[in-house]
Design a protein around this ligand. Structure first.
Ligand code: HAM
Length: 422
């Protein structure tokens, strides 16, 4: 019997984890600079939260949730995304009452969607996301987009395209909805079963359908942009103005609708350009969700945010041949020639580590040559070889591996020597 990771999940092994840590450091540093604070919410929530928050007619809620009943008979769902949970926490902990508004949150953690497996699409994936709740200033829409772009830029990914659209306000949506129903009514029978029910419940979702994407009525469907109210159009113009001020290029795509129900006004995605990975080109998605806080039982608090998966970010870096500089540095490898030297090696390695110096030694009783090879493989900066004479003199030659230079240092001074020269 052999066991494998469940379909759509992956083990992240040493060698890869350093890249994840690097990405996580960049994220934390940038969030600090932009003044977003971390929130950690449970991996599962009541199923109803996502039905209400993400929306009953979305693919996520209809097809992709990992829903189960616990022993107490409650229906729970592994979170498919982080916005609904963040908003739930915002309401539950009355963060709307905090003196610092808007409340700027970020999170990183696993999300779960039962999706068809393909490159860049996993059933467990890690999202980094931010949510700015409590402001409807178009400048914060631009800030949120700038932060997402900054993450990629800092990691060296520049072949990117920011695509934006406005989904307008409720009035816009109602007018557009009526136009969509009218447009698709004559061809209703030619659409897939899902779309037929979407047409009744949430016609905007029809535009998002993968099955009917090529139906001729899709291309001629009324664009939401034509139904923008004056206020919505002004809001969108202001968002663009602030993006211009920030020097962030963007493209407007009137067909960008996004797959979650809570959006209005600004919607955006960041796509990889040129060579991507398979058919997936979207690295990040987000938008404004005025009204979601009320839907979840809080007071009027407009919000905006985005999420990106670390998996897709790393795939994009790989597709572009970008190597991340990772931190896995060995300062000192201590080679021991015999039993007595080994006892000293144990002591010295412990001393190095106490001084914050990364240190390693052999635990397989290998010959000196094999120990030297191990030091090489691990790219040790310095190596010392302990034998009889070193023990006698209480000093050892410290070899700098990059140059081959050697310098004699007393045991007692080793840690400070390495500190000063590493
Ligand atoms: P979303 O578009 O569903 O939006 O997902 C955002 C990002 O999560 C995608 O662009 C992609 O990077 C990643 N992602 C989604 N599904 C998968 C998957 N199966 N495998 C790998 N990566 C995936 C949201 O989740 C919203 N909560 C974003 C948001 C936050 N809007 C406002 N605030």
């Amino acid at each position: 019997m052999s066991f494998k990771v469940p379909k759509g999940t992956q083990d992240i092994l040493p060698g890869q984890t350093e890249k994840w840590q690097k990405v996580e450091r960049v994220i934390r540093d940038l969030c600090n600079v932009y003044r977003y604070n971390e929130i950690r919410t449970p991996m599962f929530e009541s199923t109803e939260l996502f039905q209400r928050g993400v929306g009953d007619t979305t693919d996520i809620v209809q097809k992709e949730m990992y829903t189960f009943e616990d022993k107490g008979g409650r229906s729970l769902t592994l979170r498919p995304e982080g916005t609904a949970s963040s908003v739930r926490a915002y309401v539950e902990h009355k963060m709307f009452g905090s003196a610092d508004q808007p409340v700027k949150l970020y999170y990183t953690g696993p999300m779960f969607r039962y999706e068809r497996q393909q490159a860049g699409r996993y059933r467990q994936f890690v999202q980094f996301g931010v949510e700015a709740i409590g402001s409807k200033d178009p400048a914060i829409d631009a800030e949120v987009m700038a932060l997402a772009m900054d993450v990629y830029k800092t990691l060296g990914l520049t072949e990117l395209k920011l695509v934006i659209n406005s989904l307008g306000d409720k009035e816009t949506r109602d007018a557009h909805r009526a136009a969509l129903v009218e447009h698709f009514a004559p061809v209703k029978d030619e659409l897939c079963a899902d779309c037929q029910s979407r047409l009744a419940k949430n016609p905007l979702r029809v535009l998002d359908c993968k099955v009917d994407a090529k139906h001729p009525a899709m291309a001629t469907a009324p664009a939401l942009t034509n139904y923008l109210t004056a206020d919505s159009a002004t809001y969108f113009a202001d968002v663009k103005k602030y993006l211009d001020i920030l020097g962030i290029p963007y493209e407007v795509d009137p067909n960008l609708v996004r797959g979650l129900d809570y959006y209005n006004h600004t919607a955006f995605e960041i796509m990889i350009t040129g060579d991507g990975f398979g058919t997936i080109t979207t690295l990040c998605g987000g938008g404004r969700y005025n009204g979601l806080v009320e839907d979840i039982g809080g007071p009027e608090s407009p919000g905006i945010g985005f999420a990106m998966s670390i998996e897709r970010l790393l795939l994009a870096l790989e597709a572009k041949g970008i190597e991340l500089e990772t931190e896995n540095n060995l300062d000192m490898y201590v080679v021991a020639m015999n039993e007595e030297a080994k006892a000293k090696a144990v002591e010295l390695v412990a001393n190095f580590r106490k001084a914050g110096i990364t240190a390693e030694m052999d635990y397989l009783n290998r010959k000196m040559k094999a120990q030297m090879k191990a030091a090489d493989r691990q790219a040790a900066k310095f190596v010392i070889v302990l034998g009889e004479s070193e023990l006698e003199q209480q000093a050892v030659n410290v070899k700098t591996m990059a140059t081959g230079d050697q310098q004699q240092v007393a045991f007692a001074d080793l840690a400070s020597f390495v500190q000063a020269n590493k």
